[in-house]
Design a protein around this ligand. Structure first.
Ligand SMILES: Cc1cc2nc3c(=O)[nH]c(=O)nc-3n(C[C@H](O)[C@H](O)[C@H](O)COP(=O)(O)OP(=O)(O)OC[C@H]3O[C@@H](n4cnc5c(N)ncnc54)[C@H](O)[C@@H]3O)c2cc1C
Length: 451
């Protein structure tokens, strides 16, 4: 039998080690650094941003409730800076008008610069493969590098991997998806060039939207497949023919299985070609479009979520709940995509989404306890894998939500000495306010950050 003793080289140490460099991770790292911690962020890709860049998700979901900017602080800064570099005005609207298109290349550089300015050390191209534990604490994460496995040690860890990789490896209790662990279907996002946006807008004003064209063909049986989810092409708003596409579902994927993921990438690329052919043939403004790229990172909507000290649930969503340990508030509806190729399920999902949309100015609270996995002293979890039931997770998982929870996890990590539960909530909230976070209209200490 082959055996090998592994002597792990310590690659680096940081007071706060942020694991996963998506939008939640970037917000966490900047927030921790601005609160005095020595911070390192690690990421398996060659760029920061996760789904916002490598995943090519084409737009930031609505960042406000129509009255308040809910991702105030680092999230707002990120979006404003990307828009400033694009030469456009940032949109801080609601479900109807708040979708802000993303240029992934510009956003990658915004992240690089923000982290550098904050004094965060960035480590790219390292993949977390395991953790080292002792006394209910994480001592280090083991990363795969081109020289084999190495160890990164830290005082406090923030899991922003989207898949709760660190929490799961550390033995934290987790949940996956819904019935039979089925998860929302993933999508492989795309980028197009040569799209005539003006033409598409004119057609849309005349009622001839991409959706309408697709669904008319769907009813006539002339689409390449009978898909009821087809979100569409987004424009950054800058003077450019580029378009980002969040198009189609890949059904029945176990997003934690290597073989299943490999199948999903292949299937995503196949679906992308079929949509592309359809758009060129059927959609005015797309006649000369080019399929520039499919994403290098699969668009996973759902995998693991931690079981935390509090589970934010649908009842809290319905009540627009408030909490004493609230670290932010959010607005986005329940957006639970179908798991399987079942048009009834997809149609019902759309209906439920529409009926769950809040009115202007309404929002729900996010307690700090949702970021704390049970049983571990020095780990916080933010972004797509925090502690919520499936329905609320389908709301809070979008990028503004991930930035709100990432920012809070970063500040809390900077404040933690022994146990993340010992953080003084008043101090945490005071520091979040200083960063620009929105903590509710009734928060008397809140400085006005209306749109
Ligand atoms: C198809 C699709 C469309 C969407 N559309 C929208 C939209 O229009 N607007 C919106 O706001 N939101 C949208 N979302 C949701 C949103 O994009 C994500 O939920 C959100 O970006 C999650 O942010 P995150 O930082 O938690 O995770 P991620 O962006 O997934 O970041 C996690 C990071 O951790 C890294 N990582 C993971 N495992 C490891 C490891 N083992 N070692 C090292 N690094 C690791 C990953 O590479 C990644 O960079 C969409 C999601 C999908 C899938």
């Amino acid at each position: 039998m082959l055996s090998k003793t592994i002597n792990l080289k310590i690659l680096a140490h940081a007071e706060v080690l942020v694991c996963g460099g998506g939008v939640a991770g970037v917000a966490a790292a900047v927030a921790a650094a601005r609160n005095g911690a020595d911070v390192m962020i690690l990421e398996q890709n060659g760029c920061l941003g996760g789904m916002a860049t490598a995943g090519m998700v084409p737009s930031f979901a609505p960042m406000s409730d129509g009255i308040n900017i809910l991702c105030g602080g680092i999230g707002e800064e990120i979006v404003r800076e990307m828009c400033r570099r694009l030469g456009i005005k940032a949109r801080f609207g609601t479900w109807e008008n708040g979708w802000q298109g993303i240029n992934p290349e510009i956003l990658k550089c915004v992240f690089d610069d923000m982290l550098q300015e904050a004094g965060v050390q960035t480590l790219l191209n390292v993949k977390i493969a395991d953790v080292m534990l002792g006394g209910g604490r994480i001592a280090g994460v083991i990363v795969a590098t081109c020289e084999g496995l190495k160890l990164l040690t830290g005082r406090v860890f923030v899991d922003t991997t989207g898949d709760a990789v660190v929490a799961a490896l550390a033995g934290a209790e987790i949940e996956i998806g819904g019935k039979d662990q089925l998860v929302m279907s993933p999508t492989l996002c795309v980028q197009y060039a040569n799209v005539d946006h003006l033409r598409m807008e004119e057609e849309a004003k005349a009622g001839n939207t991409l959706w309408k064209i697709w669904f008319e063909h769907l009813q006539a049986g002339t689409t390449p497949f009978p898909e009821h989810h087809m979100v569409g092409l987004f424009h950054t708003g800058a003077d450019s023919s580029l378009a980002g596409g969040n198009i189609g579902h890949i059904y029945g994927v176990n997003c934690l299985d290597e073989f299943e993921l490999s199948r999903a990438y292949r299937e995503g690329r196949r679906i992308a070609r079929l949509y592309y052919d359809f758009f060129r043939q059927q959609v005015p403004g797309c006649e000369k479009a080019e399929l520039l790229a499919t994403a290098s990172m699969l668009g996973i909507r759902e995998s693991r979520r931690i079981v935390g000290e509090y589970c934010l649930d649908f009842n809290d969503y319905l009540k627009r709940a408030s909490f004493a340990d609230e670290i932010g508030r959010f607005y986005y509806p329940i957006d639970l995509h179908a798991s399987e190729d079942d048009s009834e399920e997809q149609i019902a999902s759309q209906r439920n989404l529409q009926s769950s949309i809040y009115k202007e100015g309404e929002n729900y609270g996010i307690p700090y306890r949702c970021l704390i996995p049970k049983g571990l002293k020095n780990l916080l979890v933010a972004g797509r894998c925090l502690s919520a039931d499936r329905r609320v997770l389908s709301s809070i998982r979008v990028m503004p939500g991930a930035m709100i929870t990432g920012q809070a996890a970063g500040v809390a990590a900077a404040l933690t000495r022994e146990d993340v539960r010992d953080v003084d909530i008043n101090d945490l909230r005071r520091r979040l306010r200083t960063l620009g976070a929105f903590l509710g209209s009734n928060d008397t200490a809140q400085t006005a950050i209306n749109i």
